[in-house]
Structures are given as structure tokens and as C-alpha cells.
Design a protein around this ligand. Structure first.
Ligand SMILES: *Cc1c(COP(=O)(O)O)cnc(C)c1O
Length: 353
């Protein structure tokens, strides 16, 4: 720490991203929920010399072609959509802007571990709401809260989802609170609540093109909500980084939204692979939480989470292990291609002897 850092950041504990190995050649990388399939075909066609020459110009601060493609996909208006440099940036704007009158932000105790970091940096009071014993989020625990509510649906790292009716209950019981639903994984089998933004002005839906649209490296996130909420988001964005998306990512994001056939095909493959993989792991004695995401949360009585993680690493397979006591016996495994999952299952057989 230099002697120049502001006092208020001396105790800041940054988010620890999953490992991103420099050389991925022989590795099977199942640790950060990326998509195993390449982006939609139109994305690779768009990086031509024309687009490269245009990099001399600033990007569109409204990312219009991207927000239009998102609005078109969901049948909503452009004024109800905003784009961010990954949904991490969208979430940062939300934690910066919407701390409620109480300054409190409620989220599940086991969830995306970036939420407490945002509370820390933006000086909100994070309130962690415990999960039920089966790791599910209990909607009633959020009824009548006195601050903003942030729920990942499906939740991470459990993969478990609430129904849209359950989320609607949370909205109805919090008319005076903003309810943020982080739908990073919603395309892998859960129900989106985007259509609710028309009816509930206290709803903000956050999505990302990193997972189901194969664009993690392009950094494209989306916020959807009532026009006034989106105007507030733009107020923050235009006070912080107006050209937050680069030209190539805006184009890539728009193309990825437009190619519905490729999207349907790849997400279907991932869901099918997940179901096969769950059966294989259960036959090896693993407990797998019911997942609607492109990952599963797995544990076994035969081996600790940490040891299983270490042993897989020796087979050049990386998964994610969290040290938190409540979940340290689990590993989170991203769903890759069927071939990758078979290699993992074979390695697991050998590890268990
Ligand atoms: C991956 C993830 C994000 C961040 O996605 P980016 O758009 O890549 O920044 C946000 N929320 C959750 C719950 C995630 O798992």
C-alpha cells in the first residue's frame, strides 16, 4: 500500500476472480462458468479492417445497436435497456446508486461474492440473509425489507432457482424497495422476469452476455427496468465513463443477441450435457444441488471439496472451490463440452479409486 491511498480504502478487500491461466493448452477449464462454445458465427465476421479503422473514433455512448437488439429480443423499449462493461460494471452502478433510504442492501449469505465487495467500496451496509438448510433462497425472508434487495437467480454457486412467481412475491412485498434480479445464468433453464419490468417499477433485471452468449472476454452486461430506473443508471454512467463499451464489443453483443438459432442450439447442448453429467456424478455417489445454471455444485462423503479440487488439478482440470465454511465441502463445476465432462468423470473415478 502506498502512502497516497485514501484512508477509506485501506481496509478494502478486493474480489478474488477465479484463476485465468495464461496457457490453457492442456487444461480443461471449468472454473469460471464460461461457455465452451465459440461466439455466434456473425461475431467472427465483424472484425474486419473497416471496424479496426473505426477504432480511431469513440464508441457510441448509448451502445444503440446493442440496446436495440436486446430490446428487440425481449419485446421491450430501448429506454428500458442500458449496456455496461460486463454486468460487473452494471452491478457496480447499482450498488453506487441505489442504497435505499436506509443505506442497506440485502442479498443471500451464499451468493455472488462480489456483492459484499461493492458494499464495501460504495459504503453501503450489506445485510446477508441466510439460505434455508437445503441451500434455497426463501422469498419470505425478503418481504418488507428496508433497503435494496439483490438476488441472483439462479443463485451462484448453488445453481438453484426461484420461480418467477416467487420473485413476483418479493416484488409485491417490497413496493418501496428496489429489487435487483441478477440473471447471469437464467438462460440455462430458469424463468426470466424481464417481462415484469412493465408492471413493477421497483424491478431491475441484470443480465450478461458472458455466459449464455459466449462473450465473457468481450465484457458486455445489460440492465433492464422501468424507464426512470434506466435514466438513473445513465445518470451514473455518464458521470463515470460515458464510452463504457468499446466499438467491437457493442457489435459483437448485438450480433450475439440477433442470432437466436445459434443461441438456442448452444444453450440446449449445455443443458443436455448438464443432465448427463449429473447422472454420471450421482452414480459415483456425489450429491448435486438441483441446477438451472451452466454449472453444478457438487459434494461427496468420500472426499473433501478441497482435496477433490486439488486432485482434479493434477489431471489438468480446474474447477472452483470456496473456502467459506458453509460450502467448503463443495466444488463448483462449469458445464463444458460432453467430451470435457467425460474426462472429468473418468478422472473422478480414478480419484475415488
Ligand atoms: C458471471 C457473473 C456476473 C458477471 O458477469 P460479467 O458480465 O462477465 O461481468 C454477474 N453476476 C453473477 C452472479 C455472475 O456469476
Amino acid at each position: 500500500m502506498s502512502r497516497f491511498l485514501s484512508r477509506k480504502f485501506e481496509t478494502l478487500k478486493p474480489y478474488t476472480p477465479g484463476e485465468q491461466p495464461k496457457a490453457t493448452g492442456r487444461l480443461i477449464k471449468l472454473n469460471t462458468n464460461e461457455n465452451p462454445y465459440v461466439p455466434a458465427p456473425a461475431v467472427s465476421k465483424l472484425i474486419n479492417s473497416h471496424e479496426i479503422n473505426d477504432l480511431k473514433l469513440y464508441s457510441d455512448p448509448d451502445a444503440s445497436i446493442l440496446t436495440a437488439a436486446v430490446a428487440d429480443y425481449y419485446g421491450i423499449r430501448r429506454e428500458q435497456v442500458m449496456a455496461g462493461n460486463g454486468s460487473d460494471e452494471i452491478l457496480a452502478f447499482i450498488f453506487m446508486a441505489f442504497q435505499g433510504r436506509s443505506g442497506k442492501i440485502y442479498y443471500p449469505q451464499i451468493s455472488y461474492s462480489f456483492y459484499p465487495v461493492y458494499c464495501d467500496i460504495f459504503k453501503a451496509e450489506g445485510v446477508e440473509v441466510p439460505l434455508a438448510d437445503d441451500f434455497s433462497v426463501r422469498p419470505q425472508d425478503y418481504f418488507g425489507a428496508d433497503g435494496t434487495i439483490v438476488i441472483t437467480n439462479p443463485n451462484a454457486p448453488t445453481g438453484m432457482a426461484l420461480s418467477s412467481a416467487q420473485i413476483e412475491e418479493i416484488l409485491i412485498h417490497n413496493r418501496e424497495n428496489l429489487v435487483v434480479i441478477d440473471e447471469a445464468y437464467v438462460d440455462f433453464g430458469a424463468e426470466s422476469v424481464v417481462s415484469f419490468i412493465e408492471r413493477y417499477d421497483n424491478l431491475m433485471v441484470v443480465q450478461t452476455l458472458s455466459k449464455s452468449r459466449s462473450l465473457a472476454g468481450a465484457r458486455v452486461g445489460i440492465a433492464m427496468g422501468n424507464e426512470k430506473l434506466i435514466a438513473d443508471m445513465n445518470r451514473i454512467k455518464f458521470s463515470f465513463n460515458p464510452y463504457n463499451l468499446n466499438r467491437l464489443s457493442i457489435l459483437a453483443g448485438a450480433e450475439a443477441m440477433k442470432d437466436r438459432r445459434y443461441f438456442e442450439e448452444t444453450r440446449r447442448k449445455i443443458m443436455d450435457t448438464r443432465e448427463e453429467f449429473v447422472k454420471d456424478m450421482e452414480s459415483l455417489g456425489f450429491r448435486i444441488l438441483p441446477s438451472k445454471a451452466n454449472f453444478v455444485f457438487a459434494s461427496s462423503h468420500a472426499i473433501s471439496g478441497e482435496e477433490y479440487f486439488d486432485r482434479l488439478r493434477k489431471y489438468n482440470i480446474i474447477v472452483r472451490h470456496f473456502k467459506d465454511k458453509k460450502i467448503c465441502n463443495y466444488v463448483r463445476i462449469t458445464i463444458g463440452t460432453p467430451e470435457e465432462m467425460n474426462v472429468l468423470v473418468q478422472a473422478t473415478r480414478k480419484i475415488l479409486g
